[in-house]
Design a protein around this ligand. Structure first.
Ligand code: GLC
Ligand code: MG
Length: 680
């Protein structure tokens, strides 16, 4: 990720790359992870957001904290004052956060799953692990859901290999073939170049000379961990069984470092033990080298040594999703013979620098190795192809080149069928926000409304929101009929629903937040048959809102209704408006709470929010530190707010009153920051 961020930032068309991750402050990990920001290249930063507990947590248990990461990412965006052009999420958890951010901000999402939950689950089940354990240990359902959502929302999904697309991404319901793009990850090839000049004296060369009788013979080189899946034993058999191969070439196996095999872990102990037995069985002394130790600088040197002998690099692994060593070998001018799996298939297709083999067939493997060593002219062609291919296809530079092509397409081609050109939200960059109730506040005086709309749209630092009792489509309809442009944010159904911008992106985090202790059916039952209450029409009943017409002369006082509900252990926020309406909302919901949530989420202080209303359901948003404006035509239930701090009672009615409020608080763009020049 860090290499990618650096490489991306070096592209001339990229102005900034922020790599967002979690801040971890834990004595068990390096203090580096506790630095909120790290400058890793002239245009690239690691930004660490402190969400969840401070200590290190494994990725499987991060899920409950990811909403907080999304909120903090919004704050970060506000801090840098610029909305990104692309959000790229890596892995399922980032997919969850990226899906939210991209939707909220109206920015295209690119997603890379890296490894996918459905496949992992399949493997774990194959290993005999129970569904229950998979759930509790790996939180698999959430992971898969997040992957599905990311694939649904992403405009582009980037995979490393074709095989990953065909076998893994294709298992998803939201797999859309035309959104997939294969770009192999870059590799840092700076140390991997072909042999230059005379053979130099390197320590690893001396090491090999301890094993090999004729070190100048072509070298068949394998480099891998001492892991059973790397299938080293079949390679030794292939070599040992072929007299011809033994005569023509040496076998060099670099399988990690070892000191005392007998005290190693079971896996590598078995692999190395078998290696030694097979060397002995086939009597490979003088023909095969298997150095005890090497360091990372020896590896490029080994590839070059093998290339000087006109040898090959062999990867006999049972599976190979990517194949980094193959690319490194190729870059050193060493042809490859590799297992017939996703990574090598792509590499051979791109580089044309060797042969594919069946890892389970020792005889065929031996024959392929002989074949690869037998034609000098072809060998030279492979060597040259590998050097060129590795650098063209697998360098970070190449990766970023293909990546930027995709980015240009995403940003520049609004008309492509599926990609609806998202319109960026303005919320992270505005400085102040006006939130108006609709009925009897915005609406009622057309001339004043036109003036208000003009004032607001002229001020680029000013955002515009509405907060209404109406449901979304009804609000949109009435705004449209009155020539009001779609606001930056719509708080509807008395604060129980929030949608953003022209795309009407719902805030699902808000829905989840307010769902707390909400028992819709029981509430409705509890109020059945109470005099003076009559349910409103169906379209006014929402998931988090039960609404009645109330006749205050016939109904018990609101206070008694609240008491009644409490006695049944039910909690709700009761909102009484215009002496005619009663809304039951979740305790966490109201227009006022929604407005505060918006402020926290988008980083707008209450003092930078002007709210205007006329009736009971506006009370909560008028109170507190927000700059309140009550329009002149207010209904009696707001009378008690007179004299409360930061609530201005305008003389003008409807939008005229809102205009007066803007004036009162000097809220429209002036040199002095708003809300600070008026505290007299
Ligand atoms: C709007 C809604 C209604 C609600 C009233 C008061 O008129 O349509 O359902 O009861 O506002 O909040
Ligand atoms: Mg109203």
């Amino acid at each position: 990720m860090v290499e990618l961020a650096r490489a991306l930032s070096e592209h001339p068309e990229v102005s900034r790359v922020d790599l967002l991750t979690r801040l971890v402050s834990d004595p068990k990990v390096s203090p580096d992870y506790a630095a909120p920001a790290e400058h890793i290249a002239p245009k690239a930063y690691i930004v660490r957001l402190p969400f969840g507990p401070r200590r290190y947590l494994r990725k499987e248990v991060l899920w409950p904290y990811l909403d907080s990461m999304a909120d903090q990412a919004l704050q970060h965006i506000r801090d840098i004052g610029r909305i990104p052009d692309i959000i790229h999420s890596h892995y399922a958890d980032a997919g969850y956060v990226g899906t939210r951010l991209a939707s909220l901000l109206g920015v295209p999402l690119i997603h890379t799953g890296h490894s996918l939950g459905r496949e992992k689950k399949r493997r774990l089940l194959d290993q005999g692990i129970s569904s229950h354990t998979i759930e509790t240990q790996y939180n698999m359902t959430r992971r898969i859901e997040a992957e599905e959502a990311a694939m649904d929302v992403a405009s582009q999904v980037i995979a490393s290999t074709r095989q990953e697309v065909d076998t893994q991404y294709s298992q998803y319901s939201n797999y859309q073939p035309r959104n997939m793009l294969v770009i192999p990850p870059g590799t840092d090839l700076s140390r991997f170049h072909p042999p230059r000049g005379l053979l130099s004296d390197s320590p690893i060369r001396h090491e090999l000379h301890r094993f090999l009788r004729e070190p100048r013979k072509p070298m068949v080189l394998a480099v891998s961990r001492a892991d059973e899946r790397k299938n080293i034993s079949t390679l030794i058999r292939a070599y040992g069984e072929s007299e011809e191969l033994k005569r023509r070439a040496n076998l060099v196996i670099v399988a990690g470092n070892r000191d005392d095999i007998s005290v190693m872990e079971k896996g590598p102990r078995a692999v190395l033990g078998e290696l030694l037995m097979l060397v002995d069985k086939y009597d490979l002394y003088g023909h095969a080298a298997y150095p005890k130790a090497h360091n990372s600088n020896d590896i490029p040197e080994l590839y070059r040594l093998a290339a000087r002998t006109r040898g090959v690099f062999v990867n006999p692994a049972l599976t190979e999703p990517f194949g980094l060593t193959l690319i490194e070998a190729a870059a050193c001018g060493l042809p490859i013979v590799a297992t017939e799996d996703g990574g090598p298939q792509d590499i051979i297709r791109h580089c044309k620098n060797g042969l594919l083999i069946d890892p389970l067939d020792a005889d065929a493997m031996g024959a392929a190795l002989l074949d690869a060593l037998s034609d000098d002219k072809r060998w030279r062609g492979w060597a040259a192809n590998g050097i060129r291919g590795a650098n063209r296809q697998y360098s970070w530079h190449a990766h970023v080149g293909s990546y930027m092509k995709a980015v240009r397409r995403l940003l520049g081609q609004p008309s492509r069928a599926r990609i609806i050109r998202p319109i960026k939200s303005r919320l992270p960059t505005i400085e102040r926000l006006v939130v108006c109730d609709i009925d009897n506040t915005l609406l009622g005086d057309n001339e004043a409304l036109d003036q208000l709309v003009q004032h607001i749209s002229r001020d680029s630092a000013l955002g515009f929101g509405v907060a209404t009792g109406r449901h979304l489509s009804s609000a949109l309809k009435v705004l449209n009929e009155n020539g009001v442009p779609v606001p930056d944010v719509l708080v509807t159904s008395v604060g129980t629903e929030i949608h953003y911008g022209r795309q009407l992106q719902p805030d699902t985090a808000w829905q989840r937040h307010i769902d707390y202790r909400w028992e819709r059916d029981r509430l409705q039952q509890a109020l059945e048959g109470i005099p003076g209450l009559r349910l409103q029409p169906k379209e006014n009943q929402r998931q988090h809102k039960v609404s009645y017409f109330i006749d205050p002369d016939k109904s018990p006082p609101i206070r008694d209704l609240t008491r009644h509900l409490r006695s049944l252990n039910l909690s709700a926020n009761l909102i009484y408006s215009h002496q005619a309406y009663l809304d039951l909302l979740p305790i966490r919901a109201s227009k006022g709470q929604a407005v505060r949530y918006l402020g926290a989420k988008w980083g707008i202080a209450p003092q930078h929010m002007l709210v205007a209303g006329d009736s009971g359901n506006d009370t909560e948003m008028l109170r507190g530190d927000t700059l309140g404006v009550v329009v002149g035509n207010y209904s009696p239930e707001l009378r008690h707010l007179r004299g409360e701090p930061q609530i201005y009672f305008a003389a003008g009615h409807y939008a005229r009153g809102v205009l007066e409020g803007l004036e009162h608080y000097a809220f429209l763009s002036t040199r002095t920051p708003p809300g600070e020049g008026d505290e007299t």
